[in-house]
Each structure stands twice: as structure tokens, then as C-alpha cells.
Write a protein that binds this ligand. Structure first.
Ligand code: GDP
Ligand code: MG
Length: 448
């Protein structure tokens, strides 16, 4: 997976002031492979990686992330942006029924999705109806009726119960759509889902039929259903339907099994239309609202790494890090107060120990976390709290008798106080070194 590959790329990268071109290149190379593996269309990959490179090169390295992680973070943000940022909800009609039309190639999963969407909306208290405007494929009407039955959603077909006439390609799907919407209005359905015909390839006649249906019923949403397994054809198909029916949102179907969903990025990238639903199986319940963030990590095949990056960042208190940095720039002394505050930062990270352990490129941090013990921090905190304010800022004055008093006050042995004094001395040295620009990595790790 990309995680594994990045882990080896990460190895040689260390925290520096700014992301270098070499850091970015190494990471972007792996990202490009991951995108191609996910079947994102080649021109989309090319454009995407170029813009990542431009944005990432020279951007500042954050305190919490190593350079490769930071490139991944930028990639993730861009991916989410292209996929639609926030989850896009159905645009409901202000008055009258909300009309949702489905369009897409034959076999893309429209009819199946019609049932899923109907059931999904019914579960939310809506009263949907399905309309069978696919009179092209033999048995298409019957198929929708079966789907509707499974979903527990009524189906409008010109002559309910009989299907033979609709296998006749001379039937008028536009009129069926119109009648379906009128019926929905009359029977007070608040959502109408119109299933339409598709062909095996993009076809002008078919596109005209879809456009005629659209113009006859003026839908609130035209959802373009595309098979996640379509691969490199995604771009051309999406462009044709975008041009043909000017769809308002995308449904990615068959996103079960092995599909990594690169088509989502291809379609969103070339049309600028939001991804709205994922269809994830043959069962009527296999439908999900599309989550750009989840999709981004699926495309990148990053497992939980992106979540880890987010959490590492959130737990790293930026304000505190800035304060510390400034302190050393100003050549102020490192005190026990600072030491304690660093320990508290580590505690925050420590509560995520398990997850941080899985993070690639965090070998150094991992080592420290393996030795990390929450009780250890409690002990340190107790000892520091037993110092007088003056002792905390001027540790030099802590002599033998003071140590004995501190040990007694915090319920530890004198040798434990001595150990802490020693560790404090090391941390102080390390902070001095960092202040003079020699150090690197995480400043908040004096313990471990
Ligand atoms: P349509 O021609 O666009 O209406 O496509 P259908 O809804 O008839 O689906 C075509 C085939 O794909 C059928 O065999 C469906 O069972 C199958 N299918 C549809 N959606 C999914 C899905 O999300 N996952 C899987 N595995 N199969 C699906
Ligand atoms: Mg169909």
C-alpha cells in the first residue's frame, strides 16, 4: 500500500525548515503511483501531481509532521477539495415533489441505485416513488418493479403489473417520466426518482432522450451514475454526460470489492461536479452518502494514516510550541515549568500511543512512545508540583536538603528526584542545542 511505500520514503526525511524539492519529489512519486493504481485517469493524475508539487515545494514544515507526512496532508486536502469538500446533500424542492433523475451508461447501476435511494429516503421519513422511464432494455420495467418491491417503494410504470408493452422500444419514455411526476404530485409523494435508459457506450440518440426527459420534468437533481470499475474511460464518459445532460451530482456505484474509486477523482476533476453517493453492493441497503475525506484515503490507500496525521497535529499544541520556540530564540532559560508543560504535551500524544505506533515515518517517536508510561508523567508532575516556584525557575538551587523535602512532599524517593533532575538537565541541554539550530525533530520529547 501507499503507507508501506511512503514509510520507506520517509526514512531518510528529517524535519527541516521548509519542504525541499527532493522531499516533495520523493513523496509525489509515490502518490502518483497510488493514484494510477487506483485507476485515476492519467491526465488527471498528471495535473493533480503537478499542482501538489507546486503547492508543497517550499511550504513550511509544521511542528507535528515530518516532511513526507506534510506532503500527504496537502495531497489529502487537495483530493478532498476536488471530491467536493463537504458531503453534498440532495437539493430538495421548496414546494412540490423533489425530482431526481438518474443517467448513465447501461449496466452502470442506475436501476439498482434507484431502489437504494428510495429506501434510503423512505427511512428518513420521505415518501418516494420510482418512475420507470427506461423502455429500452428488455425487462427494464420489470427489473425496476422488482427493485421497488425489495425497497418497499412504489413504482410508476405506464400499465402497472403488465410489462410486455414496455419492452417495445417505440414506447415514449419522456411521456412516462411526465406522467410519473404528475402521479407523484397527485398522490403526494415528496420525492420522485426517475430511472432512465443507458447504452453500452456514449450514444447521441440516448443522450438526446435523456435530455428530453430532463427538459420535460425539470429535475432538482440529475445524478450521473458511474461504475467505479470503469477505469480510464471515466473521463470520456463523464465529459459526455456532463455535456449531454449537465448532471448536478455523481453516484459512484459498485464501490464494493476491490474498486479503489479512482473514477471519483477523474470525474470530479474533469467536471467539477460533486460526488454525492456511493453504491456499495447488490443489496438494496448498500448505499452511502459520499464522504470526500473517506474517499480520499481510500483512493490513496492510506488506511488510517490520514487520521493519524490529523490527530498528531491536533494534539500538538501549536501555541505551546510557538511559545517554546520564542523563549529559546530570546535565550531565556529552560525551567521546570517548561519541562512540565512539555510532559503534558507528551501525555496528550501518549493517549494516542496505540495509533501513533502505526504511523509510518515516526520510528524515532515510536521508540519513545514504546517506553512511554502515563504513570511516569504523573510522578514527574507530582515532583515538580512539590517544588517552590523559585526552585522551578532556578533549578540550580535544588540541593540535597531541598531534594529530600521535594521527595517527601511528592511521595517518591530521593533517588527518583535525582533521576528527574538528571533528565531535566538533559532536556535543558537539548533545548539549548535546538535554540542554536542544531537539533531537529520533536522538541517535546525530553522523556522516554
Ligand atoms: P443500469 O443498467 O444502469 O440500470 O444498471 P443495473 O442497476 O441494472 O445494474 C447492472 C448490474 O450491476 C446488475 O447486475 C446489478 O446487480 C449490479 N450492481 C449495481 N450496483 C451495484 C453495486 O453497487 N455493487 C455491485 N457489486 N453490483 C452492482
Ligand atoms: Mg436500468
Amino acid at each position: 500500500s501507499l503507507s508501506d511505500r511512503l514509510a520507506s520514503t520517509f526514512k531518510n526525511l528529517r524535519g527541516k525548515g521548509r519542504l525541499s524539492e527532493a522531499d516533495v519529489d520523493a513523496t509525489v512519486r509515490e502518490i502518483r503511483r497510488a493514484l494510477l493504481d487506483a485507476d485515476v485517469a492519467v491526465p488527471v493524475v498528471r495535473e493533480f501531481t503537478a499542482s501538489i508539487k507546486e503547492r508543497a515545494t517550499g511550504s513550511e514544515v509544521s511542528e507535528a509532521l515530518n516532511p513526507a507526512q506534510q506532503v500527504v496532508k496537502i495531497v489529502n486536502e487537495e483530493l478532498q477539495g476536488i471530491l467536493g469538500g463537504e458531503t453534498r446533500r440532495i437539493n430538495m424542492a421548496k414546494t412540490g415533489p423533489t425530482i431526481i433523475m438518474l443517467a448513465g451508461l447501461q449496466g452502470s447501476g442506475k436501476t439498482t441505485f434507484a431502489g437504494k435511494l428510495g429506501k434510503w429516503l423512505a427511512a428518513q421519513g420521505h415518501k418516494p416513488i420510482l418512475v420507470a422511464s427506461d423502455l429500452q432494455r428488455p425487462n427494464a420495467v420489470t427489473q425496476l418493479q422488482v427493485v421497488g418491491e425489495r425497497a418497499g417503494v412504489p413504482v410508476f410504470a405506464p400499465h402497472p403489473g403488465t410489462t410486455s408493452e414496455f419492452d417495445d422500444p417505440t414506447g415514449d419514455p419522456v411521456q412516462v417520466a411526465r406522467d410519473g411526476v404528475a402521479t407523484a404530485r397527485a398522490k403526494l409523494h415528496d420525492v420522485v426518482i426517475v430511472d432512465t435508459a443507458g447504452r453500452l457506450g456514449v450514444d447521441q440518440e440516448l443522450m438526446k432522450q435523456a435530455r428530453d426527459i430532463r427538459d420535460a420534468i425539470v429535475p432538482n437533481e440529475v445524478l450521473f451514475v458511474i461504475d467505479a470499475m470503469i477505469g480510464q474511460d471515466a473521463v470520456n464518459t463523464a465529459l459526455a454526460f456532463n455535456e449531454g445532460v449537465d448532471f448536478t451530482g455523481v453516484v459512484l456505484s459498485k464501490l464494493d470489492g476491490d474498486a479503489r474509486g479512482g473514477a471519483a477523482l477523474s470525474v470530479a476533476s474533469v467536471t467539477g461536479k460533486p460526488m454525492m453517493f456511493a453504491s456499495t453492493g447488490e443489496n438494496v441497503a448498500d448505499i452511502e452518502q459520499f464522504h470526500p475525506d473517506r474517499m480520499a484515503s481510500r483512493i490513496l490507500d492510506m488506511g488510517d494514516v490520514l487520521t493519524l496525521i490529523e490527530q498528531a497535529e491536533a494534539s500538538w499544541d501549536k501555541a505551546e510550541a510557538d511559545r517554546m520556540a520564542k523563549k529559546f530564540q530570546d535565550r531565556e532559560d529552560f525551567t521546570f515549568e517548561d519541562f512540565l508543560s512539555q510532559m503534558q504535551q507528551i501525555r496528550k500524544m501518549g493517549s494516542m500511543k496505540k495509533m501513533l505506533m502505526m504511523m509510518p515515518g515516526a520510528a524515532q517517536m515510536r521508540q519513545q512512545l514504546e517506553n512511554f508510561d502515563d504513570r511516569e508523567i504523573d510522578r514527574v508532575e507530582a515532583i515538580v508540583r512539590s517544588m517552590t516556584p523559585h526552585e522551578r525557575v532556578a533549578p540550580k538551587i535544588i540541593n540535597g536538603s531541598r531534594r529530600a523535602r521535594i521527595a517527601k512532599g511528592s511521595g517518591v524517593t530521593v533517588s527518583e528526584v535525582n533521576q528527574l533532575m538528571e533528565r531535566f538537565g538533559q532536556a535543558q541541554k537539548m533545548m539549548k542545542k535546538m535554540a542554536s539550530g542544531q537539533g531537529g525533530g520533536m522538541p517535546g520529547m525530553p522523556g522516554g
